[in-house]
Design a protein around this ligand. Structure first.
Ligand code: URA
Length: 181
């Protein structure tokens, strides 16, 4: 069943609806090469209504551009669709209440490859128990096809060159998955 965008954009299933400016649904083509999954909208996204339009997004799409993947080819969304106050990590309850929206999106969008950014996204979509330091770059099969996790670009903005190089290596794997026949 197609996702009910009106219901999603007016969702009040958790208290993030009390503090958000907008529900950041996500956007991109149907059947994209890549679905990019972040944690939750930040301030810029809450104001602008689109995921990854702030500093993290600029870095992310520069790195994807280095392996020849453009934003136009990606469906971009987050595990949690509303901004947590002060950008705190979403609570277990918020993750649970928002989960059906992500599941519906994945069913609807049918991406060739899924790229999860950071611990929250990697745990939500791949069910990893270990942290991103141990799970990044590991190819995992989902119902929709292959996927992998890498660091969140905010970690690269904080962590500098070492994290950037790990992300670059992971994105090379993403590129090879996208190019599989
Ligand atoms: N960080 C995220 O995880 N998602 C966004 O959309 C922006 C920043």
């Amino acid at each position: 069943m197609p996702i009910d965008l009106v219901a999603l954009s007016t969702c009040t299933r958790c208290d993030l609806s009390l503090t958000r400016q907008r529900v950041v649904i996500g956007s991109g083509p149907a059947s994209p090469a890549l679905l990019v999954l972040g944690e939750a909208p930040g301030r810029s996204e809450d104001e602008g209504g689109e995921p990854f339009i702030g500093r993290s997004g600029q870095l992310l799409f520069r790195l994807l551009g280095e392996v020849g993947i453009t934003r136009a080819e990606c469906f971009v969304t987050n595990v949690v669709k509303c901004r947590p106050p002060n950008n705190r990590t979403p609570s277990a309850h918020e993750l649970e209440t928002c989960r059906p929206w992500l599941r519906a999106q994945l069913d609807d969008v049918r991406p060739r490859v899924v790229l999860a950014l950071g611990n929250t996204a990697a745990r939500s979509v791949f069910g990893y128990q270990q942290g991103i330091g141990l799970t990044h770059g590991r190819v995992t099969q989902l119902d929709s096809g292959p996927g992998l996790a890498t660091y969140h670009p905010a970690a690269a903005l904080r962590g500098g060159a070492a994290v950037l190089e790990l992300m670059r290596a992971d994105l090379q794997i993403v590129k090879s998955l996208v190019e599989l026949p």
